[in-house]
Write a new protein. Structure first.
Length: 441
């Protein structure tokens, strides 16, 4: 899942969590969200990160992987690309997320990075975790192809030809006196966690990224672009047979795919219509007798409107998608939820708004138990010289039962409206002249 530059316009630090709204920027968001989001906490610090975003929890909910750009020291120039970081989530005695530990850099300095993910089974809680992410390893060619655009280069995703999906593991080094070489020259960082062994899952020319493991870890779902192309397609890699299978190859950019929690479906975004919008889709996967994914059984459109809808993510029970959309405004992306079951057409599928802050809100994900939502937002404190808060990681307790209840109510309202419209259209067809057409009874 790539992040447009517009949406990660500013930076983030790592001091004490900021739980209070930035009233100078927006005094109302906390009250507007409390029906489903409470205990808001800012996880990354704008005094350290110029921007941070696209974060995911480990399968035990203890660790977070994310991408960020550090704020430079003194007169040093800011980095051009996102680094890949991981950080422990700090919880209180009740299990509430209250902040994070110190972030540790996974990627090589100067490289471009995106889309981290934790291995679903290869981990030992609080000791060792395996991860994957997309990286160029070294500084990428600045002439890389650009993908989806919406009238301005600020909505452009870059597709470096050097981008590969790599695996690494992180381990707790507390008490071992070990240093992380990737942090050399970064004052104030004495890591308790180290990154080890970064190696590609496969190697081939072109852009491979936006990857995640299936729940059983057999398959890796990812986006691929041939060298020099801006036409992204969805592929899947079988770690048992070591084979690649193309799943979705529509015109334009198909990307940002994720597995459903049971591993039988995937969700993703597509700009296949060429109308400067992005729409959401769910596909049911086809399997052979050995459990290998062989293709797509059926594709179901979820949205079909004039908005930019992207970053879909399944709730832990697979019943809903949370996603970012420009439905409110292109200057104010918000998180919405929509039903992820059945095959209703998009025009008959209700949604519900989740976030209500000014600026960007998007890239929603959940702890494995569904009790917390984490997302990228511009709602924190301003840094001197900035006119809007930077994009940082936020988390809040989420009431998915309340969301499902409100979504059900919205669906009933929509169904009633559709039924009334169908009745009126049927009546007009039966009696074209209307009640006063002058016909004899």
């Amino acid at each position: 899942m790539l992040i447009p530059a517009l949406m990660l316009a500013a930076a983030a630090p790592l001091g004490a969590p900021q739980t209070a709204p930035n009233t100078a920027w927006d005094p109302d968001w906390e009250a507007a969200e409390m029906w489903c989001l409470t205990e808001h906490v800012q996880l990354t610090d704008q005094t350290f990160f110029m921007k941070a975003g696209e974060s995911y929890f480990s399968p035990d909910g203890h660790m977070i992987i994310f991408q960020g750009t550090p704020r430079p020291e003194g007169d040093e120039p800011a980095g051009k690309h996102y680094g890949m970081y991981f950080v422990p989530a700090i919880r209180d005695d009740s299990g509430n997320i209250t902040g994070t530990g110190k972030p540790v850099l996974l990627s090589e300095p100067g490289s471009a990075n995106t889309c981290g993910w934790f291995h679903p089974t290869d981990y030992t809680a609080d000791e060792r975790y395996t991860v994957l992410f997309g990286t160029t390893t070294t500084a990428p060619d600045d002439t890389a192809s650009s993908g989806y655009q919406r009238g301005t280069s600020r909505y452009t995703w870059q597709f470096p030809n050097e981008m590969e999906v790599v695996a690494a593991y992180i381990e707790n080094a507390t008490g071992r006196g070990e240093e992380n070489e990737n942090l050399a020259g970064w004052p104030g960082f004495v890591p308790h966690w180290n990154a080890k062994v970064i190696s590609p899952l496969w190697t081939r020319d072109g852009y491979d990224a936006e990857a995640s493991w299936s729940p059983d870890a057999r398959h890796v779902l990812y986006t691929r672009l041939a060298p020099g192309s801006a036409d992204g397609d969805l592929w899947i890699y079988d770690t048992v047979t070591e084979t690649h299978t193309e799943l979705v190859a529509e015109p334009g950019y198909d990307g940002g795919p994720f597995f459903s929690p049971d591993g039988t479906r995937i969700c993703y975004r597509s700009d296949r219509k060429g109308d400067k919008a992005l729409q959401l889709y769910i596909s049911e996967l086809a399997f052979d007798d050995s459990g290998r994914v062989t293709g797509v059984e059926r594709e179901i459109p979820v949205t079909d409107n004039g908005h930019v809808n992207w970053a879909p993510f399944f709730t832990p029970d697979g019943s809903m998608l949370f996603y970012a959309t420009s439905e409110v405004s292109h200057a104010n992306y918000e998180v919405f939820a929509i039903d992820a079951t059945g095959d209703r057409p998009p025009s008959e599928r209700a949604s519900v708004r989740i976030t209500h802050a000014r600026g960007f809100d998007g890239l929603p994900v959940f702890t494995p138990d569904g009790s917390w939502m984490m997302w990228t937002a511009q709602r924190g404190q301003l840094v001197e010289g900035e006119t809007r808060p930077s994009s940082q990681l936020w988390a809040a307790k989420v009431d998915l039962v309340a969301v499902k209840s409100r979504l059900k109510a919205n669906q009933q309202t929509l169904d009633d409206a559709l039924e009334e419209k169908a009745f009126e259209e049927g009546f007009d067809e039966f009696n074209p002249g209307g009640p006063d057409d002058g016909m004899e009874p």
